[in-house]
Write a protein that binds this ligand. Structure first.
Ligand code: ADP
Ligand code: MG
Length: 603
């Protein structure tokens, strides 16, 4: 990258070269002082930074094919109209659980469209949607929306059946007056998908009533015709519209009789054929309708159904009402529903296992649909809090996502880097270093990507032309500091006071701090800001917590006959941490701290 290159084509500079005030009309628009010009002129490092963000869903997931294939093997049941086993997925953060699950669910949904097997996947992030009410309300509203769409499609197709029937009836009336059967038989059949095989062999049409292509036997046409009940719209009409190459009927046809399938509009029931003519069959043949009026009634029923749906408000209803709306919405039509509960441990932690209990017992009561659950969690401990029935039902299948090692992380980064960066901006040691750092961080791909992105941003800010090892090291420090700042900022006040005591001691050159020293300073700080004073035992616990968070380091040392004590030291940057603590309004009231530290010698 040469300098002349970077400064070519800078149309953005026009305003400044022209000088101010040359043209009054133009000054408003063009008189900037070049605040952004210099920044824009630097050759950008990134081609597409979004690719490195957590929100981006990659198209390829290297080193996860085992897990993805296992999920697919279990979920393919849904495409056969069967209920897939529930799945519990677990692994540390950043091991690709969410990305893999979303990838699989997208594939499942598109395949289900392709083969017209009704299957829905609903994704819920339980870190955001963390109560039973919210989970059920969100699901209910999604299914209501889907049912409305189904009904609209259904009404559309009934409407075309209706007009086909009307024109058939009027032609029939004409023909009867003419007493000319031949004429009728020769006339073109009504324009309707469900009548596409009007002139084909009637036996053919019994086995495959709606599809002219024998290789594309509709997988949900099980011949299991029901009369037009009020149980909901079917999906038969969507099935008839799909003729594109499915491999073989055996592979995709669900076991018949799994569901009561409502096949109105394209029924396989030959008895429904009421045509007075055997040569030109009525559009109503193979539908459960015997007259145009019945279709009209059905359309009215569907419209009434649609009007009866009521969205669940995000708060305010009794939970059992929400549940029953959700239940009815799911059961409105035949389908397999996969409910994906990501960060499921957060839901259980916050509101127990009621949601899982209710979801896992639904299948015994559902008439038309089937529900299967995929739970995703960062650890397995949450299952200890589950009712044993829920635990065994949810864990029918378990899939583990192990941490990535440095080599795997390297591959993942390599794939993304090709899209994310301009060519030749990465020096060769950058990706291996990011991978090595993230491998230490329990093989976290999210951390690896963060590092690479942050290193790129630091290089960009420094107007460097390439990203080098140093940028990665700085990125590592920055990410670590960001994490510390966030942890410290959100500590409870008592922990902040304990941490502040440790900082004051260190600032005053005290090394090998012990619990008693911390406690003395802590007490005085509490008095100063009127906070409750905890016992020394509790303060010891808080110190252990800070240790676990990686903010302090506390080692137990033996003091011979004086027993054992803790030696405490700060493991985060002192000044930054102090600044975060003092940004808390309660702590910022403490001004002159020197006397507190002096006081430790008095006690
Ligand atoms: P988890 O849900 O296990 O915490 P995610 O699925 O959110 O992890 O993955 C974290 C980040 O790493 C995401 O940006 C994701 O796209 C990326 N990632 C994880 N595994 C892979 C992989 N095998 N290939 C490509 N990107 C991956
Ligand atoms: Mg996740």
């Amino acid at each position: 990258m040469s300098d002349d290159n970077t400064h070519s084509d800078r149309t953005i500079n026009l305003g400044t070269t022209r000088g101010f005030g040359a043209d009054i009309e133009e000054t408003d628009e063009e008189s900037n002082q070049g605040l952004f010009d210099d920044l824009l002129s630097g050759e950008p490092i990134f081609e597409n930074k979004e690719v490195l963000r957590p929100s981006y869903t990659p198209h390829q997931l290297p080193h996860r094919s085992d897990q993805i294939n296992k999920m697919a093997t279990i979920l393919v049941a849904a495409l056969r109209g069967e209920t897939p086993s529930n799945i519990l997925i677990y692994g540390k953060t950043g091991t690709g659980k969410t990305a893999s699950a979303k990838f699989v669910s997208k594939e499942l949904e598109t395949t289900s469209k392709k083969y017209s097997t009704p299957c829905d996947v609903e994704y819920i992030n339980c870190e955001v949607t963390d109560t039973q009410y919210r989970v059920l309300a969100q699901l209910a509203n999604k299914f209501i929306e889907e049912n409305e769409q189904l009904i609209d499609e259904r009404i559309d197709s009934l409407q075309s059946l209706l007009s086909a029937t009307d024109s058939y009836d009027s032609r029939l009336a004409e023909a009867t007056t003419d007493s000319s059967d031949d004429q009728l038989a020769a006339s073109e059949g009504p324009d309707s998908r469900s009548n596409s095989n009007t002139v084909s062999d009637p036996l053919d049409s019994i086995s495959d009533p709606s599809d002219p292509d024998p290789n594309s036997t509709s997988s949900i046409q099980t011949g299991n015709t029901t009369s037009p009940t009020h149980s909901g719209p079917d999906s038969a009409e969507t099935a008839t519209s799909d003729t594109d190459g499915r491999p073989s009927p055996e592979e995709t046809t669900p076991e018949s009789g799994d569901f009561p399938l409502e096949t109105e509009g394209s029924s396989a029931d030959p008895s429904a054929s009421t045509s007075p003519e055997s040569t030109d069959r009525s559009p109503l043949a193979e539908t459960p309708f015997s007259s145009a009026d019945e279709i009209r009634t059905r359309i009215e029923e569907l419209e009434a159904d649609r009007d009866s749906f009521e969205d669940v408000p995000m708060t305010g209803w009794p939970t059992d009402r929400v549940y029953s709306v959700f239940f009815d919405a799911v059961d409105y039509s035949e389908r397999v529903v996969v409910i994906m509960l990501d960060e499921i441990d957060k839901l259980v932690e916050k509101s127990g296992d009621d949601t899982l209990y209710n979801l896992s017992r639904m299948n015994s009561e559902l008439q038309n649909s089937r529900v299967s659950i995929i739970g995703i969690s960062n650890d397995l401990k949450f299952t200890d809090f589950l009712d044993p029935r829920v635990k065994s039902s949810l864990g029918e299948e378990e899939i583990v996502f192990p941490p990535y090692d440095a080599n795997q992380l390297r591959d993942i980064l390599q794939h993304r880097a090709e899209v994310a960066f301009k060519s030749d901006v990465l020096s060769p040691d950058v990706i291996p270093l990011c991978a090595a750092f993230a491998a230490q961080e329990h093989g976290d791909a999210r951390r690896a990507l963060d590092l690479l992105r942050t290193a790129g941003e630091l290089a960009e800010r420094a107007q460097a032309e390439t990203i080098i090892e140093e940028h990665v090291r700085k990125a590592q420090d920055k990410i670590e500091l960001d994490r510390v700042v966030e942890v410290v900022r959100t500590l409870p006040t008592q922990s902040k006071l304990v941490l502040f005591s440790i900082i004051l001691l260190e600032k005053n050159g005290v090394h090998s701090i012990n619990t008693g020293e911390v406690f003395n300073i802590y007490k005085r700080l509490c008095e100063e800001i009127d906070a409750d004073v905890l016992t020394q035992r509790r303060v010891t616990d808080l110190i252990s917590e800070l240790d676990m968070l990686g903010i302090v380091n506390a080692v137990v040392v033996s003091k011979g006959r004086y027993g054992r004590t803790k030696e405490i030291s700060l493991s985060v940057p002192l000044e930054e941490t102090e600044a975060v603590l003092l940004s808390d309004s309660r702590l910022s009231d403490i001004d002159d701290v020197q006397p507190f530290v002096q006081a430790r010698f008095d006690n």
